[in-house]
Design a protein around this ligand. Sequence first.
Ligand code: DX5
Ligand code: ZN
Length: 215
Amino acid sequence: MSHLVAPSVLSANFANLEADLEMINNSEADWFHVDVMDGVFVPNISFGFPVIKAIKKIAKKPLDVHLMIVNPDQYAQTFKDFGADILTVHYEACHHLHRSIQNIKNLGMKAGVAINPHTSINLLEDTIADIDLVCLMSVNPGFGGQKFIENSFEKIKKLKALITQKNSKALIEIDGGVDLTNYQKLIDCGADVLVAGNTVFSSKNPSETIKLLKK
Ligand code: DX5
Ligand code: ZN
């Protein structure tokens, strides 16, 4: 499978969101990456259901919803109702991760698990076979435009080995600090999905930048 690119809506222009969403629709991007932050799990608040509903109305590609919130189970059904196709919860926010994954799948969504930079790949050993997507955080979650953490390359390789060993179908998604200088190495290490916020939206020609990230 050739890799996927998921522009992060967090870096879009919220004063004219429709234009940026249409840009993604008309680009080579594969998914919309939608970051939900609650100000508790991470030190920032992004947006909630009304904005997601508006995104879904315009988006012609899957919504990859990344929950940086405590108690994600409580809202899984609502995210489904508002149009999430992939729902990703944080390992660090789930007391009963296995149950959270099953719940997301039972609701008819793909189940993602995100892990923070300090969280070891080994902790996914007993759940990887059930996970559809692992979102490897390559920055500390909470903000766009942060510097990529170099240790992430090693983590991708470890995760890839675990996925192969356990015969899992999980995709490896990299989130944070992805740019035109590191994307090729990320793919070479085993990344399947690249999230890009700042790199896409602060560039002169976002659609062309997406095209470059797809190469
Ligand atoms: C960070 C979010 C990311 C963010 C990535 O907590 O999960 O999805 O939007 O932004 P960049 O690509 O700018 O690092
Ligand atoms: Zn994200």
